[in-house]
Design a protein around this ligand. Structure first.
Ligand code: NI
Length: 182
């Protein structure tokens, strides 16, 4: 009985996952489609949301936690009470332009203006594996595109000039050395 209860607690306990940081090469891997939605995927989604909220992010792609599956979580709401989960996302329409000063949990302490399409329609699977379509504008649109980029091994710094990108890389490498991450 005790063991049984313990197991339930153990299974439902959330974990804060380690986020890979630029220029870690694992952030360059191309993620594979999610094929089956089982309890381990559900746990990953919950852990990713927890990790995103814990770090004050508005989006997180599985690639960033070193899981190379096409899965992302987002919450751009003020109250942090509107989590979105999208698997195997595919942008089927985009138009317009929107500029936003983007940041990334994998590129700490750097924020740069990036221009992306302002309006998108994306299809994919929700956390239950049900086909879904999301129409997004401005911040949510930017966020979804930023996270899909992660699944393709792309980072927002790739949109910057080589000089700016190098500056960010040098800064983070120095930070990692100081933190003993290297
Ligand atoms: Ni990011």
């Amino acid at each position: 009985m005790f063991i049984y209860i313990f197991n339930i607690i153990e299974e439902s306990a959330l974990s804060i996952l380690t986020i890979l940081e630029f220029p870690d090469e694992r952030l360059r891997k191309i993620a594979k489609p999610v094929k089956s939605i089982d309890s381990s995927i559900q746990k990953l989604i919950d852990d990713m949301l927890e990790t995103m909220y814990y770090n004050g992010g508005i989006g997180l792609a599985a690639t960033q936690v070193n899981v190379h599956l096409r899965l992302l979580v987002i919450d751009t709401s003020e109250e942090k009470d509107a989590p979105i989960c999208l698997m195997n996302p595919e942008i089927i329409h985009k138009d317009g332009e929107f500029e936003y000063k983007e940041g990334c949990l994998s590129v700490p302490e750097s924020y740069e203006k990036i221009v992306r399409p302002s309006h998108i329609i994306v299809k994919g699977l929700d956390r239950n594996g049900v086909e879904t379509e999301i129409e997004a504008n401005d911040l949510l649109s930017t966020c979804i595109q930023h996270e899909i980029d992660h699944l393709d091994g792309k980072l927002f710094v790739d949109y910057l000039s080589p000089l700016k990108r190098q500056r960010i890389k040098t800064k983070l490498e120095k930070m990692h050395r100081l933190e003993g991450k290297e």
